[in-house]
Unconditional design. Structure first.
Length: 113
């Protein structure tokens, strides 16, 4: 004779818990279709924020060796500078010549290569 099915020992408390409506998020900012500016503007502003943070860090410390976990406070808000440098270095092939020159001016050796 087959054994009876096992019953779960976990109680279902969610059935008795009242539900709350989800928080409504604001609609995303729209860019005119086909303008191509959303990605380019975001990349440029990200680079500028990182460059501002690196400039601030080198002026204060005098060197550009930044720990991977370092977060630099800037007028634009906090920038994870160590992560930004690592990501920028791995994507250096996509940097413009102006961006590479800006980094080289701060003493970033791999940007001058």
């Amino acid at each position: 004779m087959p054994s009876p099915p096992r019953r779960s020992t976990v109680s279902n408390t969610s059935a008795s818990t009242p539900t709350r409506p989800l928080r409504t998020l604001p609609p995303p900012a729209l860019t005119p279709a086909g303008s191509g500016l959303a990605g380019a503007a975001a990349a440029t502003s990200s680079f500028e924020r990182g460059l501002t943070a690196l400039t601030q860090y080198t002026e204060r410390g005098g060197r550009i060796v930044v720990p991977r976990t370092h977060v630099e406070e800037t007028p634009h808000g906090p920038v994870r500078l160590g992560t930004w440098i690592s990501n920028t270095r791995s994507r250096r092939g996509r940097l413009t010549s102006t961006q590479r020159a800006q980094l080289a001016a701060l003493g970033v050796a791999w940007a001058a290569e």
